[in-house]
Design a protein around this ligand. Structure first.
Ligand SMILES: NC(=O)c1ccc[n+]([C@@H]2O[C@H](COP(=O)([O-])OP(=O)(O)OC[C@H]3O[C@@H](n4cnc5c(N)ncnc54)[C@H](O)[C@@H]3O)[C@@H](O)[C@H]2O)c1
Length: 442
């Protein structure tokens, strides 16, 4: 990597600390992204401090309790006991860090504009404590230009210069919660620095904990990589959701079509329809890009179209519920509907932006009584009300006028669903090869 040769005093000091593991690592925001990253650094022998605003998370971590499904409890406990991992609410300790990773949320405002207030808040904590030789890495997904146009000026405000006095980089987080094959370490890590010294520093640091590091030319490229990946998913899911709606009209089983198309050994990648997009990434990130593109007078049409198609899927699910109830001479008003799966994807506990919440809300507005089963989500807060999960039992399935399979958790007993539910709206093809009568498939 030629970039490394352009060494500066800031970079040299940083390199020594990484080589002898004396470099202290700070992680701001200990959620789905920050906690696994902090653990990975601690496992590699660094002393890691997590900076949080959530006192409950700080207390849990310091007590050795994992609150993120992908972080094994035993592993976290051992790291905390060894003294290599701790958390604090005191941001003054940022001064002692050699590298600081920013892993805070990047949601959308109601207007669908980026809400970078969490990034700003984190950088406001760093800026007055910034010291010579520190590396700051933004990990939160955001629009291209954030690191250079927003973060850099805030850090340089007090006279220090990037690349000379401190180092700044962007590295998109690609973690896929619940994925048994790919986890923090074995997902290749893209890195981009503000200057060559910054690029060298971030690549060097990440080579210590990631199997593969993929350096790119700038922070803007690194920011755009993440948005391309997530827009690619959103657009392809939008396409396949439209195919599902089309197939419904043409009385063709879209799942069979996808399975057969997937046998092509090149040029095709399967995506599957569903009740809508969920999670903190795919429904949100593409709008960070379309917002930024709009600033330059460019309309990102694929993003908007995919957003429309995917955003309408919960309404389509409700229309299938209405068809299912009609088949039994029932109306949505007054019907008891049971949703299987409140998490946005299978085998995880995350309900952020979950389409199941939208389906529930639309059905309730139309007068249905809605309950849900989800072994990963014991309760939800929706519209200010706490709702508890119903136990998954034959009696629960029998009591519902319609059962929606919204999220295909592997520990639902689909034979039981097939045997006992009166009508079923199957959004995930979970009943493939089982029952056909009374099943309304997406
Ligand atoms: N969850 C994923 O699967 C995933 C995958 C890839 C990228 N990302 C991106 O990573 C970023 C973080 O996402 P996440 O899922 O980990 O979010 P999260 O909500 O799980 O965690 C964020 C944490 O940051 C804390 N926080 C908020 N403001 C803070 C502040 N000023 N100082 C310290 N802590 C603060 C919150 O209390 C919370 O614990 C987002 O930009 C997201 O788009 C997430």
């Amino acid at each position: 990597m030629a970039q490394r040769k352009r060494s500066t005093p800031a970079l040299q000091k940083f390199e020594r600390g990484v080589a002898n593991r004396k470099a202290r690592i700070g992680v701001i925001g200990l959620g789905y992204v920050g906690l696994p990253l902090a653990c990975e650094f601690a496992k590699a022998g660094f002393r890691v401090t997590g900076f949080e605003i959530d006192a409950k998370r700080v207390a849990a971590l310091n007590a050795g309790h994992s609150y993120i499904q992908d972080v094994p409890a035993g592993e976290l406990r051992d790291l905390v006991r060894s003294g290599r991992l701790s958390a604090t609410l005191d941001f003054d300790a940022l001064r002692q860090m050699d590298a600081i990773e920013i892993c805070v949320p990047t949601p959308l405002r109601k207007t669908r504009d980026p809400d970078v207030s969490y990034i700003i808040a984190a950088v406001q904590e760093i800026a007055p404590r910034l010291r010579r030789g520190q590396l700051i890495v933004l990990e939160s997904t955001t629009y291209p230009g954030t690191t250079d146009e927003l973060v850099r000026p805030m850090l340089e405000e007090r006279g220090m210069k990037v690349g000379k006095d401190f180092l700044l980089a962007f590295s998109p987080e690609r973690v896929d919660p619940g994925n048994p094959k790919f986890h923090t370490r074995n997902i290749p890590k893209v890195t981009g620095g503000t200057t060559p010294a910054c690029s060298g520093a971030v690549a060097l640091l990440y080579e210590q904990i990631f199997d593969t590091v993929v350096p790119v030319a700038s922070t803007q490229v690194a920011e755009m990589v993440k948005l391309l990946e997530n827009t690619f998913r959103s657009v392809n899911i939008g396409l396949v959701n439209e195919m599902a709606l089309m197939c419904d009209k043409l009385h063709i089983n879209v799942w069979e079509v996808i399975d057969a198309a997937s046998t092509k050994p090149f040029g095709f990648m399967p995506f599957y329809p569903g009740p809508g997009l969920g999670g903190h990434c795919i429904p949100i990130d593409p709008f960070y890009l379309s917002w930024k593109a709009r600033q330059s007078g460019f309309e990102a049409r694929f993003i908007e179209l995919a957003g429309q198609v995917n955003g309408n899927m919960p309404y389509h699910v409700v229309s299938l519920v209405s068809d299912a109830l009609n088949s039994r001479r029932k109306s949505v008003r007054g019907a008891h509907v049971l949703i299987l799966g409140m998490a946005y994807k299978a085998n995880i506990d995350d309900v952020r932006e979950s389409p199941s919440l939208d389906v529930m809300e639309i059905l309730e507005k139309e007068g249905a009584k809605v309950s849900y089963c989800d072994p990963y989500v014991p309760f939800i807060r929706h519209g200010g009300v706490k709702k508890r999960a119903t136990p998954f039992r034959a009696g629960t399935l029998r009591a519902a006028d319609c059962v929606i399979i919204a999220t295909a958790h592997r520990n639902f007993d689909y034979a039981l669903v097939s045997r006992h539910a009166r009508t079923i709206v199957d959004c995930r093809n979970a009943l493939k090869g089982r029952r056909a009568r009374g099943v309304f498939r997406l």
